[in-house]
Design a protein around this ligand. Structure first.
Ligand SMILES: [Zn+2]
Length: 379
């Protein structure tokens, strides 16, 4: 681990934004995660640096987004909603118009693009940007708390620099607009593990039979998980899908959307993961990535998310968190109370686990038959 260089992207500038009351996406995520990492001394090593992002340049957005849409988003920055913008997904409860919405999105995208540059310039091997992973933003529309798709922008910048890119998404929701952006291309492999569209947004996509089109056939992989899936079942399928594909594809850079809304204690999905299962997946991602750009993605309980991302950051750095440290971290977001870093296990009744395992095995079989065959991957 010691020969690797890692970078945590942080700025308290995210805190100046004020989203509407009741909006689930917290602008405090980076601050909370940073504070907890600092408290647990997870930033105090010579191979770790903290970098402050600047907003993305408008011209950088146009490698993916439609100019007209960006123009509208820019107008929405003053916080005054216009009904016609609903056609672009703006002004809904999931993507409200609020003062600074464009500036916040630009800063998030800038943080991710800084990560690309740190990796591409050889300054860092592993980067973590907690305010990134806006995987639902489309070319010309906002959706699911996402206005600007920093993932697609990052992948495109890496492609411009002749890097081979693999995208892995473990957020509870299908990484639909990243998959869509590269659906016809073999230059970015996208792998998404998520709660099935039968029970969760975006509902219509993310099924195992969506495997790419034309030259992209076999380069889009979807692993829909049934509601109630826990750590054991998730890790079982993750280790059978992700490592063989990444070994076969041989990317230069892995972009990982490390959403934590699949945790049982997050309010927005029906998965039952804990941060232990989450950090096991992060470990496998780290071990299989020559360079890693990791992004926060979804996470709708500030405490749950910050604890999971802190554990994830520890794993990315090969650091252990001692029980003593993690039992009383306190601080501005947690007060002086006692709190544990690790989640308690989720309880999943046997009959649900067995039913879900059966479904997950069916999905794996389908992926092996289609995608693994295309890439000539033997089990
Ligand atoms: Zn999500």
């Amino acid at each position: 681990m010691k020969s690797l260089k890692t970078a945590f992207i942080y700025t308290d500038a995210f805190l100046k934004f004020k989203t509407p009351r009741g909006y689930p996406w917290s602008v405090k995520r980076t601050e909370a995660t940073y504070q907890l990492c600092r408290k647990l001394k997870l930033l105090d090593h010579e191979w770790i640096s903290v970098y402050r992002p600047a907003p993305a340049r408008e011209s950088a957005l146009l490698s993916f987004h439609d100019k007209k849409y960006i123009g509208i988003l820019k107008k929405a920055n003053n916080g005054i909603f216009k009904e016609e913008w609903l056609q672009k997904g703006l002004g809904t409860t999931e993507c409200p118009v609020y003062k600074g919405v464009y500036d916040y999105s630009l800063l998030g995208a800038g943080a991710t693009l800084l990560g690309v540059d740190l990796i591409d310039d050889g300054i860092a091997d592993i980067v973590f940007n907690p305010t990134g992973g806006f995987h639902h933003a489309g070319k010309d529309f906002a959706a699911g708390f996402c206005y600007i798709n920093d993932v697609v922008l990052a992948a495109k910048r890496l492609l411009d620099r002749k890097r081979r890119v693999l995208y892995v998404d473990i957020d509870a929701h299908h990484g639909d607009q990243v998959a869509e952006a590269f659906y016809g291309s073999s230059r970015v492999m996208t792998i998404s593990f998520h709660e099935s569209g039968k029970t969760l947004f975006p509902f219509e996509t993310g099924f195992e039979y969506e495997t790419g089109r034309g030259r992209g056939k076999g380069y889009c992989i979807n692993v829909p998980l049934p509601a109630g899936t826990g750590d054991e079942e998730f890790i079982w399928v993750f280790k059978r899908v992700f490592p063989p594909l990444v070994r076969s594809y041989k990317p230069d850079v892995v972009i990982a959307a490390l959403g934590v809304d699949g945790l049982g204690t997050d309010p927005l999905s029906n998965l039952k993961l804990t941060n232990t299962g989450f950090s096991q997946a992060v470990e496998m991602i780290r071990d299989n990535s020559p360079k890693l750009l990791s992004l926060g993605c979804g996470g709708y309980s500030l405490d749950v998310s910050a604890r999971a991302w802190t554990l994830g950051w520890a794993v990315m750095n090969g650091l252990e968190c001692s029980e003593e440290d993690t039992m009383s971290f306190g601080g501005a977001f947690w007060g002086d109370g006692v709190c544990a870093l690790r989640d308690t296990p989720s309880f999943i009744p046997d009959e649900i686990r067995e039913k879900n395992m059966k479904e997950i095995k069916r999905v794996l079989k389908a992926i092996r038959k289609t995608v693994f065959t295309i890439h000539d991957i033997r089990k």
